[in-house]
Design a protein around this ligand. Structure first.
Ligand SMILES: Cc1cc2nc3c(=O)[nH]c(=O)nc-3n(C[C@H](O)[C@H](O)[C@H](O)COP(=O)(O)O)c2cc1C
Length: 368
């Protein structure tokens, strides 16, 4: 049965998100689409794709690499570290703004999830522990390699790259950035007491494991202002061996340091029935964005009820926005949703990217 918003739906109410006034509380979650050009410049179709989805309260872009060595988890993923990247992203930002939307760029360092056949460089990580996973390289599936454990003197460069990428994102016209601290990538690898085996100031205690994320967030806030910075985390949602044995202590230590900075938002990918959800929620008094990260269809009824009773400020939705550029309109009138086509999630070209029909287009086709 299709879900229909009430006229006074909480998710349809505007929300001040740092410096950005979002028109509603249903955000588009970051979605890697593997359609960027070979040098990491966004696809020729990216502006159209994002503009089609501009009615999201905030569009969060696909994960975007902060440097060449930060890339390489998938083929054809974009970057924001050259003038050419910045120029193309500026077209994306202005297309979304033209349609009346707001857009934050997700900033990404893949760490040990990068494959040298994709990025052209050897991956780095907190410790020399390979992920027991394969990468889809141009020559097919290959196992991930043992990463280079970052030396203490190499860490400031990572922080500086996040800072420079945030500057470029804002100069390209992005309303803000979301720092990717989730899903098993570099910052999450540092948070994890399983894959972070360091014995220096960046490993061991929860405070030490949080240190890199804190330094990155502080640097980005210093560069572009807290009102333009979000952070995504996935507490207790491990990817392979990137998990925490003590998610609550780990994220308490992180949020103790991050909360006073006054970020635009915290974006949490979590199953809201987990105890960790309540603990994390209680630690954050600012804008709290939930992504339930389910395998099943999005439960909009549940998300609306969370927003109504204040458990969340906003929600982020991925696959439903991917397949329904006019998601807000459809939920407003209670229309059926297009089904996402998994086969074209990461395939090149326009199919499954910019050709999901809106309701109006479907109706026009039917009456033709
Ligand atoms: C095709 C695809 C690409 C994704 N890419 C990213 C990404 O770039 N960054 C990220 O943080 N999460 C990424 N995710 C996770 C989504 O943001 C989201 O957490 C997940 O899809 C669950 O939300 P949903 O049920 O609303 O789709 C991706 C998910 C999918 C399906």
């Amino acid at each position: 049965m299709a879900f229909t918003f009430d006229d006074d739906a909480a998710l349809l109410a505007p929300l001040q998100v740092g410096d950005t006034l979002a028109g509603n509380r249903l955000f588009m979650a970051p979605l890697t689409r593997s359609r960027a050009q070979a040098d990491g410049t966004p696809s020729y179709l990216a502006a159209q794709y994002y503009a089609q989805r501009a009615s999201a309260g905030i569009v969060i872009t696909e994960a975007t690499a902060i440097s060449k060595s930060a890339n390489g988890a998938y083929v054809n993923t974009p970057g924001i570290y050259t003038d050419r990247h910045q120029q193309k992203w500026a077209q994306v930002a202005s297309a979304v703004h033209y349609e009346g939307g707001h857009i934050f760029m997700q900033l990404w360092h893949v760490g040990r999830m990068g494959h040298p056949d994709i990025s052209g460089v050897h991956p780095v990580a907190p410790s020399a522990v390979a992920a027991d996973m394969t990468a889809h390289t141009p020559d097919g599936k290959k196992p991930l390699v043992v990463p280079h454990a970052l030396e203490m003197e190499e860490i400031p460069r990572i922080v500086a790259d996040f800072r420079a990428a945030a500057r470029r994102a804002v100069d390209a016209g992005m309303d803000g950035v979301e720092i990717h601290g989730a899903n098993g990538y570099l910052l999450h690898q540092f948070q994890s007491d399983v894959v972070n085996q360091r014995t220096d100031a960046y490993g061991g205690t929860a405070e030490n494991r949080a240190r890199l994320t804190v330094e990155v967030v502080e640097a980005v806030v210093d560069e572009i202002g807290a009102g333009r910075v979000g952070l995504r985390i996935s507490p207790g949602n491990g990817v392979g061996d990137v998990r925490e044995n003590d998610p609550i202590a780990t994220y308490e230590a992180l949020l103790d340091r991050i909360a006073p900075l006054g970020l635009a938002y915290l974006h949490v990918l979590i199953d809201p029935t987990q105890t960790t959800f309540g603990v994390i929620r209680a630690l954050w008094s600012g804008v709290f964005v939930l992504n339930t990260g389910r395998e099943t269809d999005t439960d909009f009824c549940q998300l609306e009820s969370f927003a109504q009773w204040g458990a969340v400020s906003a929600v982020a939705v991925g696959r439903a926005f991917l397949a329904n550029p006019d998601l807000i309109d459809r939920l407003t009138v209670g229309a059926e949703l297009n089904e996402p086509d998994v086969a074209t999630f990461y395939s090149p070209g326009p199919v499954g990217y910019i050709d999901y029909p809106t309701l109006a287009e479907l109706e026009a086709r039917e009456s033709a």
